[in-house]
Design a binder for this molecule. Structure first.
Ligand code: AKG
Ligand code: FE2
Length: 208
C-alpha cells in the first residue's frame, strides 16, 4: 500500500498491523493506525508555507480507493447541488476551513436521575456540518424531529452521522435546518464518540 507511513516523507499515512514494535522484547504491536496532520497550506507568496512543521511538513496522504475519507470535499458540493447553486460554490470558501475534532468519553450514567446532568445537553452545532463517528453498539445520541419528539440515532456500522450546523442554516435561510441533538448514555458502559466540526474559512461572508 503506497500510503503506508513508512513510505511517506513526513510520517503521515497508514501503519499496518504489526508494523510497529515499541517494546524491543515484543514481537510486534497488534494495532493499526492512520496518521494525519495539517495539510500543506497554500503558499501565500512567501514561499514558506508551514515551514515550522519540520519533518511533518507536507500533504497528508489519503486512501485513493476511499474518497469518502475526505468527506468534507464531497459534502460541500452535494449541499451546493441540493441548493441549486454551482457545485463549486463552497470551493474557494473552504480552503482553510475552521475545523475541529473532539474525542469524547461519556461515563455511563445508568441509574442517574438528574435530568439536568446528561452526556451533552440539547444543542445545535455551530458550523456548517459535523461528521460524527459513534462507538458501535451503544445507543446514546438522540435527535429532535420535526414533531419535537426525541428519536434515537443509533450507530450504524460503517456509517457516520452528519449533523447540520447553525452556519449552514443561517446561510441558507433555514432551507437546511440545524439538527437539535443530545446524548444520554444509560447503556451500562462508557461510550466514545468523535465529532469533526466543519465550517468555512474565517473571513467568509454569509451571502450568495
Ligand atoms: O457524542 C455524540 O454523539 C454527539 C456529540 C456532540 O453533539 C457534540 O460534541 O457537539
Ligand atoms: Fe453536537
Amino acid at each position: 500500500m503506497n500510503i503506508e507511513n513508512k513510505k511517506t516523507p513526513n510520517f503521515k499515512g497508514y501503519s499496518p498491523l504489526l508494523s510497529g514494535n515499541n517494546d524491543p522484547n515484543g514481537k510486534g504491536d497488534l494495532q493499526e493506525g492512520f496518521e494525519f496532520g495539517w495539510e500543506a497550506l497554500d503558499d501565500k507568496g512567501g514561499g514558506n508555507a508551514r515551514q515550522e512543521d519540520g519533518v511533518l511538513a507536507g500533504a497528508n496522504v489519503w486512501p485513493p480507493e476511499l474518497p469518502a475519507f475526505r468527506v468534507r470535499k464531497l459534502l460541500f458540493p452535494i449541499f451546493a447541488l441540493a441548493l441549486d447553486i454551482d457545485e463549486n460554490f463552497f470551493e474557494d470558501k473552504t480552503r482553510h476551513s475552521a475545523a475541529l475534532m473532539r474525542i469524547i468519553h461519556y461515563p455511563d450514567q445508568e441509574g442517574r436521575t438528574d435530568e439536568g446532568v446528561i452526556g451533552i445537553g440539547a444543542h445545535t452545532d455551530w458550523e456548517c456540518f459535523t461528521i460524527l463517528w459513534q462507538q458501535p453498539g451503544i445507543q446514546a445520541l438522540q435527535v429532535l424531529n420535526a414533531q419535537k419528539e426525541w428519536i434515537e440515532a443509533p450507530p450504524i456500522p460503517g456509517t457516520f452521522v452528519v449533523n447540520l450546523g447553525d452556519q449552514l442554516a443561517r446561510w441558507t435561510n433555514d432551507v437546511f435546518k440545524s439538527t437539535v441533538h443530545r446524548v444520554i448514555n444509560k447503556s451500562g458502559s462508557r461510550r466514545y464518540s468523535i465529532p469533526l466540526f466543519f465550517g468555512t474559512d474565517y473571513n467568509v461572508r454569509l451571502e450568495v
